[in-house]
Design a protein around this ligand. Structure first.
Ligand code: GDP
Length: 171
């Protein structure tokens, strides 16, 4: 089923100039880029994003890192995009991630692991990054109508055309 996933190139990925190579992998695989925004994630939003880890010792440093410099937030679409992107991203720690995955090929750090990908369709729909002003900006920059953001008032979304009907492209 066509599904959308939130991918974030974290501050280390931007600073190491890896954004292009990461995006290229997702495009080459066949995922479709729906919306994107380069932004410095406010600390409060990063705290909410990682709320599931709030009792972990790495919570505060992870929040500090995520809000320290600009990240690239993107929405990608494909059948089964959540699982597919997670497989391409690899396991959490760079030094354990399989070669061939993004984390496995480009880093060996625990915290500075380059990229975030939604871990379930539910986490996409409930994602704090996709609510409020961030979501509205992502939607505005998109030429599409992300169906999982339908809680946003229609007047915000305007009359932009939905393009998922064009996907997959018949070759
Ligand atoms: P992910 O879904 O693979 O990104 O992993 P998690 O949701 O479990 O963790 C969120 C983020 O917190 C990870 O991507 C890491 O940046 C960081 N993190 C997780 N576990 C640890 C840890 O044990 N130590 C450190 N330093 N950072 C961690």
């Amino acid at each position: 089923m066509t599904e959308r996933t939130l991918i974030i190139i974290k501050p280390d990925g931007i600073q190491r100039h890896l954004a292009g190579r990461i995006i290229s992998r997702l495009e080459r695989k066949g995922l479709k880029l729906i919306a994107a925004k380069l932004m410095q994630i406010p600390a409060e939003l990063a705290r909410r994003h990682y709320a599931a880890h709030k009792d972990q010792p790495f919570f505060a440093p992870a929040v500090k890192f995520m809000s320290s410099a600009p990240s690239f937030l993107m929405i990608w679409e494909a059948d089964g995009s959540v699982d597919m992107a997670r497989k391409m991203i690899g396991s959490t720690f760079g030094y354990e991630a399989q070669p061939g995955t993004i984390r496995g090929d480009f880093g060996c750090s625990q915290r500075y692991n380059l990229i975030h990908g939604s871990d379930s369709p539910e986490s996409v729909t409930s994602c704090r990054m996709l609510r409020g002003s961030t979501a509205k900006e992502l939607v505005r920059k998109s030429k599409t109508l992300p169906t999982f953001l339908l809680k946003i008032p229609a007047k915000t979304l305007g009359t932009e055309r939905q393009h998922s009907a064009e996907w997959p492209v018949k070759l």
